[in-house]
Ligand binder design. Structure first.
Ligand SMILES: Cc1cc2nc3c(=O)[nH]c(=O)nc-3n(C[C@H](O)[C@H](O)[C@H](O)COP(=O)(O)OP(=O)(O)OC[C@H]3O[C@@H](n4cnc5c(N)ncnc54)[C@H](O)[C@@H]3O)c2cc1C
Length: 455
């Protein structure tokens, strides 16, 4: 079997199939695993940086299963239950902290104690918790009618903002709590993003025990989590070929016979799984027969509808934040992360990252303008920090996620395609989840199961 792409989707699929005894070859265009969930070496300091800081939640069972297989799960650090610190200028702070109680009491208790909200709005916020507990009972996949008989569930057409207003969430609850969480989870403005997709995330996170809602992050580089995959596959008779971009598919009717490689040569395979983003798969379908037209149409639809994430990394002499991450609800860059620098060239420093999701308006701005705005934010949050910040790096990811618009969510393809032996995985396929490491890993597992159960 050939798997295209060594991101979380491709490696979840490859390791699930190889673990069940299949001989798997993974073709990866770049020289490292991880794709968008990967890392790179920053040239000046030698520091390994992620393409953007990533958070997971305890409920991310598919991503955790993949890392467990590869023996890297312990490289993630998890909270005991959800705990998000919010900060404003002038060192004003508040905390959404869910005590270790069984669901749904942990979320209710957390919301009722969340002092950033007026008392009157805290009780109303608990209503969202009740609504998403009903979603849990709806199918795991995104369907056209998730639960029409339940008035509290979002409809497939509804945006996050429309749903929150319908559930009479107050202005503070929307602006301080739900909308920043929705933007972080879906990477789009709540006025455009699918409410159902957001509700699915809330259901996954808040319907289980307190550990499901706990946030987690990699202790070191995110890209290192998937590094053992090549050896792991080799030990099971497979291989992960880096710097081996697929350039096209050779067809016989609606059957893929071979995968052509960009550098020449090809790989024959009885089954092929694409774990590529739609934009990367589309050119590979150039010679596909008319019978595979639906797949080409899906790729054409999804390829341009992606959204960016902008991150600005700072190296600081001093520890400024004092916690791995926190929310900055009134700032241009609404999340900040902090960790120790690890590379020789930045010994003793701390690395802070400001991030902004759905950053369309920023993507074409000159680097100097981005740096100026982010430095201004750092100075506002940490007065006098300017002299401690000795280096900065802007990281633009123009196609970080697919656009979580209601119309697009309804069109996500499943693992099967019109071709006899071509399967689909990737965070944009129909997992019921947004573009996340978990969505990607789940898609890989869904494709592996579909392939195993083929007639
Ligand atoms: C800045 C940023 C921040 C994010 N934050 C979070 C977060 O906090 N939490 C979270 O859960 N998710 C987050 N995400 C989303 C998450 O990283 C992605 O949803 C996930 O990594 C997608 O995985 P994938 O395997 O579907 O696709 P990709 O990671 O895109 O994998 C596709 C792979 O295919 C390879 N490829 C492309 N073309 C070819 C070809 N022709 N032949 C062979 N290989 C090819 C690519 O090199 C790549 O390795 C973030 C993403 C970004 C960019």
């Amino acid at each position: 079997m050939v798997i295209l792409g060594a991101g979380f989707a491709g490696l979840a699929c490859a390791t699930a199939l190889a673990g069940a005894g299949a001989r798997v070859t993974v073709l990866e265009a770049s020289g490292t695993p991880g794709g968008r969930g990967g890392s790179f070496r920053e040239p000046r300091t030698g520091e390994i940086l992620d393409l953007g800081p990533h958070l997971l939640v305890g409920a991310n069972r598919d991503a955790r299963a993949l890392l467990e297989r590869l023996g890297t799960l312990e490289r993630l650090e998890f909270q005991r239950s959800l705990n998000i610190e919010y900060r404003w200028r002038g060192d004003r702070r508040s905390r959404l902290s869910c005590p270790p109680l069984p669901a749904p009491f942990h979320l209710a208790a957390g919301l009722l104690r969340f002092q950033a909200l007026p008392l009157s709005e805290r009780a109303a916020a608990v209503r969202i918790g009740r609504a998403v507990r009903r979603i849990e009972k709806t199918p795991g996949r995104f369907t056209a009618s998730p639960s029409p008989q339940n008035g509290q569930c979002p409809t497939p057409e509804e945006t996050v903002t429309q749903w929150l207003k319908r559930l009479r969430q107050g202005e503070h609850a929307r602006h301080l709590l739900w909308e920043p969480l929705a933007t972080a989870a879906l990477n789009d403005h709540p006025g455009r993003a699918s409410a159902f997709l957001f509700a699915r995330v809330l259901a996954e996170v808040f319907s289980g025990g307190p550990r499901d809602s706990a946030l987690g992050w990699p202790r070191g580089a995110l890209g290192d989590l998937l590094k053992p995959a090549d050896r792991w596959l080799e030990q099971r008779g497979g291989s992960l070929l880096y710097s081996s971009p697929a350039a096209g598919l050779v067809w016989k009717g609606s059957h893929v016979q071979e995968v052509r490689l960009r550098g020449g040569g090809s790989v024959r395979s009885d089954q092929v799984v694409s774990a590529l983003p739609a934009r990367a798969l589309l050119p590979l379908l150039a010679d596909a027969p008319a019978s595979v037209g639906q797949l080409r149409d899906d790729c054409r639809l999804f390829a341009p509808r992606t959204l960016p994430i902008l991150s600005v990394y700072f190296w600081s002499e001093r520890r400024l934040l004092g916690t791995p991450f926190c929310a900055l609800p009134e700032e241009e860059f609404p999340w900040i992360f902090e960790r120790r620098a690890l590379a020789e060239g930045s010994r003793g420093s701390w690395i802070l990252a400001l991030t902004l999701g759905g950053a369309q308006a920023w993507m074409n701005r000159p680097e100097a303008a981005i740096l100026e705005a982010s430095r201004r934010q750092m100075e506002g949050l940490f007065p006098g920090s300017e002299r401690d910040l000795w280096h900065a790096r802007v990281v633009r990811q123009p196609e970080a996620t697919f656009e979580p618009a209601p119309d697009l969510c309804l069109r996500r393809p499943g693992p099967g395609t019109p071709a006899d032996n071509l399967w689909l995985a990737g965070d944009w396929t129909n997992t019921g989840l947004p573009s996340t490491l978990e969505g990607a890993a789940r898609s890989g597992h869904i494709a592996a199961r579909a392939l195993e159960s083929r007639a």
